[in-house]
Design a protein around this ligand. Structure first.
Ligand code: FAD
Length: 438
């Protein structure tokens, strides 16, 4: 049986559930990756993110070549590309890892329909989540979800599967991966290289997580989100490594469960793609002032902590979680910018951008999502004092403030810097009026 294996967000061999299942079934497996032209167009972000994706594919191809196989890359609409490549390769089945995102699921449905029409088997596997979302009954709040999730986890196979051995593949006259890359606008990514994933997983001190995770001025979090997003390592590899030093109710495991919580919400409440989870928070009177949106994206809000975070995002394609929380609160509560606009801004620049996780977090930060607290509001100055007490984070990303004292920065007494575009105290009163209709 000849099988086409369709890679998506699982760019590795080790513990790749769908790929290993394909090799268990057949020795003739043809690995393909499709650049979905719609997704690429929609992302509208810096070309260095695409550069990172190409690096991941190069690495994957190299790993496959060492085993006597190779990766084929195509560009277009997945169902159209697969229609052609199934016919040309005479494949009898398509195997892939299941997509749980809104867009991924829609594309996958089209491919399933195509396979039915062509009389080709279609098989998908859970790879990206520790507990697939349908296994847990609907919960609207994280804590009860976490209890159920832990119980469900005990029933899952979370072992790490070894990569397949030597592989044969049929000879095909298809363009090389490098040929396809030429069609894709991209730039090299200076900040992230795919082989960081295994290294970071091995070297990161998980025991120090609780202490450092909220500090903006230290390298305290795992930074594994990019590796998880592209599937450079499997989520089971992460858990296996964590369990060597931490308990199952540790904060780090809880963070992994947060990721799964957003997939749970997406599964049981699928309308949250564009609509607020909380019914009584739909149709809020957002201000969406063009000048605020521009100042935010250009990192000149006059709040050094916000501007530093946006610069980190644009320069590195990544932002510290604490900074994401502060920025998202500032955007939605201080500036009254619709969370959908914030979500799009992160989508444009984040390397770890994940449609489901980003939407869930933006709704949560805007107090319109799956969160029982009626209003969360961060004071950006207090947050800066607490999580960047010596202004090291601010000075790193906003070097024009290098000479200012930390006291001046925290007090916003910066005559040569942008004036704050909003006064937090008045904004705090205003947001209560809008949210509670006072
Ligand atoms: C407004 C907003 C938008 C976000 N958008 C994304 C996104 O598009 N993609 C993304 O992966 N994360 C997103 N997050 C979650 C979180 O900020 C990142 O996962 C984290 O900063 C990544 O850094 P890390 O790997 O060092 O995390 P660590 O703190 O080391 O956590 C380990 C892992 O747990 C998961 N995790 C941690 N926090 C969260 C969380 N709040 N929600 C879901 N999973 C979490 C991630 O997989 C992360 O890699 C967002 C958070 C906010 C507040």
């Amino acid at each position: 049986m000849r099988i086409l294996y369709w890679f998506k967000r699982d760019l590795r061999l080790k513990d790749n559930r769908g790929l290993i299942e394909a090799f268990k079934k057949s020795q003739e497996v043809i690995p393909v990756f499709i650049f979905d032209h719609e997704l690429l167009r929609e992302l509208d972000g810096p070309a260095s993110r695409t550069g990172f994706l190409l690096d991941c594919l190069r690495r994957l191809n190299h790993q496959l070549e060492k085993k006597g196989n190779r990766l084929y890359g195509f560009y277009g609409q997945p169902e159209k590309v697969l229609d052609r490549v199934i016919s040309e390769s005479k494949a009898e089945a398509v195997y892939t890892n299941r997509s749980y995102s809104w867009k991924g699921e829609r594309t996958q449905k089209k491919v399933e329909a195509l396979c039915r029409k062509k009389g080709v088997a279609f098989k998908d596997f859970n790879d990206s989540l520790l507990v697939p979302p349908g296994r847990i009954e609907a919960r609207k709040v994280y804590s009860p979800f976490f209890r159920l999730w832990r119980m469900a986890l005990a029933r899952e196979d979370i072992s790490v599967w070894p990569e397949p051995g030597r592989l044969q593949m049929p000879k095909l006259n298809w363009p090389s991966l490098v040929g396809t890359f030429k069609l894709i606008p991209h730039q090299p990514n200076r900040h992230w290289k795919p082989d960081y994933a295994e290294r970071r997983l091995k070297q990161y001190d998980f025991k120090s997580y609780d202490e450092g995770r909220n500090q903006l001025d230290v390298d305290g979090t795992s930074r594994l989100s990019v590796a998880i997003r592209f599937g450079l390592i499997s989520i089971r590899q992460v858990l296996a490594r964590v369990r060597k030093s931490l308990a199952m109710d540790s904060q780090f495991v809880k963070e992994l469960a947060w990721r799964e919580f957003w997939y749970h919400i997406r599964h049981h409440f699928p309308w949250t793609e564009n609509l607020e989870f909380q019914e009584n928070r739909r149709g809020l009177r957002w201000l969406n002032r063009e000048e605020d949106i521009r100042a935010l994206e250009e990192a000149r809000t006059g709040y050094p902590i916000i501007d530093a975070a946006i610069r980190q995002l644009k320069e590195e394609g990544w932002m510290h979680n604490r900074a994401r929380l502060v920025v998202a609160s500032f955007v939605t509560k201080d500036l009254l910018i619709d969370w959908r606009i914030g979500e799009k801004l992160f989508k444009k620049y984040l390397l770890d951008y994940d449609e489901v996780v980003n939407t869930g977090n933006w709704q949560w930060s805007a107090s319109v999502g799956a969160d029982p607290r009626p209003l969360r509001l961060f004071n950006p100055q207090l947050q800066a004092e607490k999580h960047d007490p010596e202004c090291l984070y601010v000075k790193k990303y906003v070097p024009e403030l290098k000479k200012a004292s930390c006291q001046q920065i925290q007090a916003l007494e910066l005559p040569n810097y942008h004036r704050p575009i909003v006064d937090h105290r008045s904004a705090a009163i205003r947001v209560r009026q809008i949210y509670f209709g006072q």
